[in-house]
Design a protein around this ligand. Structure first.
Ligand code: ZN
Length: 253
């Protein structure tokens, strides 16, 4: 096994994105990636409760059986704007994330309730809850209170844009490793993203980062040049990195 590692996470997995995620997994498999972390949303935007879609549940279980990891990724994956939000909060939650910062400012009790709801949905769907080790907040926006709730709900790790947090240690241990991630909401973002991610990839390679993280979103697949850059980066990374899930990375770290 190569000593440097690669974790590819597929964000926003839900019945609505199942077809695209299936295609992403197939393309990754074709270039040699057989294990990814799948970030599953229990009820995407209140419209897609996974336990009500048996075909999705059986597909998800199939992916887990193949060695992919299931990660809890928020619950609804949205955050309704509040009238009392400050300008700063609005900037972060609506402009930076397009209103998806569900875990940005939850208090401890709210976060715990939502995490319990998420675990219950998996149980209801018949997916083994003991396979659920990680939680990753939508847009990586996770407040301190919510992080505490994660520990008390038994999650072993979470990630932020800049690294992975091992919640089993007290205080939680932070492993720096900025993720490659593309922003595709507008033409200028797509171009900037491409340049930025190439620079980040070069830097991580040059500095011999022990862990390279690549985050894919379903919408990345809409843009051929973004998709090509993603696959090309992963192919280059595979020359000296072993692909694995966050859970297995954490266990060997
Ligand atoms: Zn997401």
């Amino acid at each position: 096994m190569k000593s440097n590692k690669l974790v590819i996470s597929l964000h926003d997995v839900s019945p609505k994105t199942q077809a695209i995620v299936t295609n992403q997994l197939e393309e990754l498999h074709a270039i040699g990636v057989k294990r990814c972390s799948l970030l599953v949303i229990p009820d995407y935007h209140h419209q897609s409760l996974i336990s009500l879609v048996p075909s999705f549940v059986s597909w998800l279980q199939e992916q887990a059986d193949k060695g992919h990891e299931i990660v809890l990724h928020g619950y609804y994956h949205d955050r309704p704007p509040s009238l009392c939000d400050s300008i700063w909060k609005r900037l972060i939650t609506e402009h930076y994330t397009a209103g998806e910062g569900e875990f940005y400012d939850l208090d401890y009790e709210q976060a715990r309730t939502i995490l319990k709801m998420g675990k219950a949905v998996f149980e209801e769907a018949g997916i083994d809850r003991s396979q659920l080790f990680g939680f990753i907040a939508p847009a990586w926006l996770l407040g301190k209170e919510a992080e505490r709730a994660l520990i008390d709900e038994g999650f072993l790790y979470t990630t932020r844009l800049h690294g992975v947090i091992d919640l089993q240690e007290q205080p939680p241990r932070f492993f720096p490793a900025q993720s490659m991630v593309y922003s595709v909401r507008s033409a200028w973002r797509r171009i900037t993203s491409l340049v930025w991610n190439e620079l980040l990839f070069q830097y991580a390679t040059h500095q011999k980062w022990r862990l390279l993280r690549v985050s894919l979103h379903p919408v990345d697949w809409k843009y051929q040049f973004i998709k090509s850059h993603l696959l090309h980066s992963i192919k280059r990374a595979l020359k000296n990195r072993t692909p694995m899930t966050y859970e297995s990375w954490l266990r060997q770290e």
